[in-house]
Design a protein around this ligand. Structure first.
Ligand code: OOB
Length: 533
């Protein structure tokens, strides 16, 4: 494995190879998609039009040659932040084929996050759109260039301004260096930990296994049509089985411009979509819209819901309202994925977040007193397995707190396991606000508040929210009591600092002091209790 990554121990590697979890498969070169009968079939449907498997394959080979021609080399890191367009898929395949490593940023990220990613990854290139709404990414790229020192190139989808057009990264296909299947293929971002996003190395072998096994579990094959309603850069829509798992199986991926029913229902009808995935806050909106829609949704077989807790009442309504099977997915970019099975009893599908994907996933539920939890008892979930990382990228010491000595990843999630082994997620011990699937690291928000305003203290907590599940509440103690910041000023300051919009606090509470624990940390439990009364 590359420098900065923590390899699996030799004994685990041997088991995963011998038992067939890891093969010699490399991401992006997929026999089912290259089979003669698949080549003329539709691979991608986007706003820009339709591409067949053959066209995607050829475009990826040309872009791969173009990337090498532009001076990038296997092992280089490239921060990828594109709109959910065909280019994102073609670029991903091109990067996998050359062994150049994408670091997937989210569409909502702005200069603060991109600067952090470029410097943590030591990225050689950044790929971005021309502009989105009010953000000109070429200006953002210039800011990142000024603040970091590894970046050599910026590729822009659209008018490149002073940079290079992504469309010019194109050359006659060349023989490509074959990546080692057990080397890193891509980096995902952590959502579940408290600080700024950490980089999660995922290897060809581990991610290929995930794609293969999730497709099998969801019945995804050459006739399947997956709708990416959520951002493709996130593990859920990327590879569970998502866009990559569907393409790998020879099926069709449809990329929606937005996750709303308005945007997605016409696509479901037109492309005869069979499977899609959503985060919980979208589900009631889809259910309402389904009641009056004229669009034919009858092709839909499976709706996956995950990223945050789905309320059982909403879950129960899905099959009737949308005419499909609900699948709850409790996953994480770090690896472990849990699914309810398509043929599980209704009770399991409605009330649990499923069980591990792989027989090789090892899971432990550890109570607060350190003992293993029995069925029905709450504890923190620890896991290791053939597609779960052993350490964050270049995280050194910090990995010690997130992993046990024997390689288990501490998820920070509080779960309960039923007698049948299905998980219910009941809470979290990490300091993250789960805003309907979008993870807001409280520490990061607190740092921005302290840097932007004269404060004696800042503490960010999650408050229950009817739509989002949780909302972000910032509690601040101003230095000058007579002159506290307003929510509007906080919003303006976050925008000025180039922070993704979903991290802006939803609510601001001005306090005279923050409750403290005996060891001098902010007592967030007491703070929550104080706000609830
Ligand atoms: C997915 O991945 P991440 O990395 O954005 O966030 C992981 C965290 C989990 O540790 C857990 O706290 C929470 O998100 N979570 C859920 C959940 N699914 C994820 N909490 C309750 N119920 C669920 N169903 O969010 C993700 C990755 C792949 C597939 C699906 C979701």
């Amino acid at each position: 494995m590359q420098e900065g990554c923590v390899p699996w121990p030799e004994s685990a590697v041997r088991t995963y190879r011998e038992e067939g979890y890891w093969t010699t498969e490399v991401l992006g070169v997929w026999p089912a998609a290259r089979a003669p009968e698949a080549r003329a079939r539709t691979a991608l449907v986007t706003r820009a039009g339709v591409l067949t498997h053959e066209e995607v394959d050829r475009a990826a080979d040309r872009m791969a040659a173009g990337l090498l021609g532009a001076g990038l080399a296997p092992g280089d890191r490239v921060v990828v932040q594109l709109l959910d367009e065909a280019e994102l898929v073609v670029l991903s395949l091109a990067l996998f084929r050359t062994g150049i490593l994408p670091v997937y940023a989210l569409p909502a990220h702005r200069s603060a996050e991109i600067t952090h990613l470029v410097s943590t990854a030591g990225a050689a290139a950044y790929v971005c759109p021309e502009r989105v709404l009010d953000c000109d990414f070429r200006l953002l790229a210039q800011e990142v260039l000024d603040r970091t020192d590894s970046l050599r190139q910026v590729f822009v989808a659209g008018d490149p301004g002073p940079f290079t057009a992504l469309s010019s990264v194109d050359a006659e296909p060349v023989a490509l260096p074959a990546p080692d299947p057990e080397d890193v293929a891509l980096f995902l971002l952590s959502g579940g930990t408290s600080g700024p996003p950490k980089l999660i190395p995922r290897t060809h072998a581990d991610y290929a296994y995930q794609l293969r096994e999730t497709a099998r579990l969801c019945g995804v094959g050459p006739d399947s049509v997956y709708l990416a309603a959520l951002p493709v850069e996130h593990n859920f829509a990327l590879g569970c089985p998502g866009v990559l798992g569907t393409l790998r199986a020879g099926g069709t991926a449809v990329i929606a411009p937005a996750p709303t029913a308005d945007a997605c229902f016409p696509l479901i009808e037109r492309a005869r979509v069979t499977i899609t995935s959503l985060v919980p806050p979208l589900v009631p909106l889809w259910l309402d819209a389904a009641e009056w829609t004229d669009h034919d949704l009858s092709s839909l077989e499976v709706l996956q819901v995950g990223g945050a807790r789905l309320d059982p009442d909403t879950a129960r309504q899905v099959p009737k309202a949308l005419g499909c099977t609900l699948q709850q997915v409790y996953g994480m970019a770090e690896g472990l994925l849990n699914f309810t099975r398509l043929d599980d009893p209704e009770d399991v599908i409605v009330h649990t977040q499923g069980r591990p994907l792989s027989p090789a996933d090892e899971v432990r539920v550890i109570r607060e007193d350190g003992a293993e939890a029995g069925p029905g008892e709450v504890g923190e979930l620890f896991t290791r397995g053939p597609y779960t990382l052993r350490g964050y990228y270049r995280a050194g010491e910090r990995n010690r707190t997130r992993f046990t000595e024997d390689g288990f990843y501490r998820t920070g999630d509080l779960v309960r396991r039923t007698e049948h082994g299905d998980f219910e997620v009941v809470g979290r011990i990490n300091d993250v606000v789960n805003r309907g699937g979008e993870k807001v690291p409280t520490l990061e928000v607190e740092e921005h508040l302290l840097a932007a305003f004269p404060l004696l203290g800042a503490a960010v907590i999650a408050l229950p929210d009817a739509l989002m599940g949780e909302r972000t509440c910032a509690c601040v103690v101003p230095r000058d009591r007579a002159n506290p910041p307003t929510l509007r000023e906080v919003k303006a300051a976050f925008r000025g600092r180039g922070v993704a919009a979903y991290k802006v606090p939803d609510q601001l509470v001005v306090l005279e002091r923050l409750p403290m624990t005996g060891v001098g940390k902010v007592d967030k439990r007491a703070l929550l209790a104080q706000l609830e009364t």
